[in-house]
Design a protein around this ligand. Sequence first.
Ligand SMILES: Nc1ncnc2c1ncn2[C@@H]1O[C@H](COP(=O)(O)OP(=O)(O)O)[C@@H](O)[C@H]1O
Ligand SMILES: [Mg+2]
Length: 266
Amino acid sequence: MSLIRVDNVHVAYPVHRGPVKKVLCGVNLEIRAGEFISVVGQTGCGKSTLLRLILGAESPTSGRVLIAGEEKNHPDRDRGYVPQKYSLFPDKTVLENVTFGLEIAEFGLFNRCTPRFFRRRREFQDEAYAQLRAMGLCDADGGKYPDQLSGGMQQRVAIAQALITKPKILLMDEAFSALDPGTRREMQKLVRRVWRDSGTTILFVTHNTHEAVFLGTRVVMLAKDEAAGGARVAMDLAVPGHESHEEIEAVVREIEYGARMDAQRV
Ligand SMILES: Nc1ncnc2c1ncn2[C@@H]1O[C@H](COP(=O)(O)OP(=O)(O)O)[C@@H](O)[C@H]1O
Ligand SMILES: [Mg+2]
């Protein structure tokens, strides 16, 4: 069974006094556990919408999104999410930012003044430190506030925050787009390593074709289908072994050709 199944999904948003705005029009995807899917496509074609559907933060207008065979209408600890920025609470320390997800998952918002909570919090903190170290941060960073960190370090914390609940699925929405090229390359290696070591299934939205092909085991391109009025899957390519530079370049060329065709239509 697929871990994620997107089954003929349509998303349309109501528009004040106008016809609905169609965003996704018949998207189908089958994703197996352990795949690393890069999602590419023009701005506004519905990539973030697709991620929000898989996260359970939004429901399709029609069609179904199944996670391990079930429809899930709310985010839960099995699905982590890393946006481009602003995922950290500015008034919490790095450590508090990372433990927060565990606290909410286990105690909710209102049951946090019990002896058991304070006992568990020590364990959460140990796990958070381990997670921060795995992201290349040191224990002293745990006491800092997000605005004391560089953009790259903030994204390391954001990934630690998403991974602390050991999600089966990690959703990353242009997570490295705001970083300078050097930091971005480091973060790409980091996320490849996380994927290899944890076995987490990753969906990674990016505008950068090289990044998509370098990271993904598969690249999915969304593009607007003019006749349908919304986007669907226009390309779905397996990325062959990452050890061969020629094969990677061939996939990059194929995607860029597809993207040019898409851009010329508009
Ligand atoms: N809640 C919403 N209400 C109305 N329109 C929306 C909403 N969310 C997204 N959209 C529109 O849907 C389209 C796709 O958005 P999005 O998924 O963010 O695209 P992408 O991530 O590919 O740039 C955009 O035109 C956007 O303006
Ligand atoms: Mg987006």
